[in-house]
Design a protein around this ligand. Structure first.
Ligand code: AMP
Length: 114
């Protein structure tokens, strides 16, 4: 666990979250400040700062993350209506938490990207 990482603490159960999906490697929980009716964050339990740090050793984890995204979409009722998957990297993207997370957004028409 990375020192002082809020998402590591959520993954460890030290900070509560509104859980949507969990398995051995991945956790999905509702964003505390939702910008759409469905706004879920999908994170690896392992600490990786952003997708910029992903390498070939993370291929299986990447697949697990997107598998969890599909489960979250089904669980939250947006699998048929559609949804957006976003991940922020660095300053210009406004990344606030430096532990990889995929935002799963849906439940309303989302408009153009950015
Ligand atoms: P980003 O700007 O991509 O780093 O997004 C970080 C997201 O984490 C924001 O949408 C925050 O609302 C969300 N967030 C921060 N702390 C928590 C928390 N304790 N529980 C749920 N979501 C959180």
């Amino acid at each position: 666990m990375a020192h002082d990482c809020v998402f590591c603490k959520i993954a460890a159960g030290e900070i509560p979250s509104s859980k949507v999906y969990e398995d051995e490697h991945v956790l999905a929980f509702r964003d505390i400040n939702p910008v759409a009716p469905v706004h879920v964050l999908v994170i690896p339990k392992q600490h990786v700062p952003s997708v910029a740090e992903f390498g070939p050793e993370h291929d299986e984890l990447l697949s697990r993350l997107f598998s969890a995204v599909r489960k979250v979409a089904a669980e939250t009722g947006v699998a048929e209506t559609g949804y957006r998957v976003v991940t922020n990297v660095g300053k210009d993207a406004g990344q606030q938490v430096f532990h990889v997370h995929l935002h799963v957004l849906g439940g309303r028409p989302l408009g153009p990207v950015a």
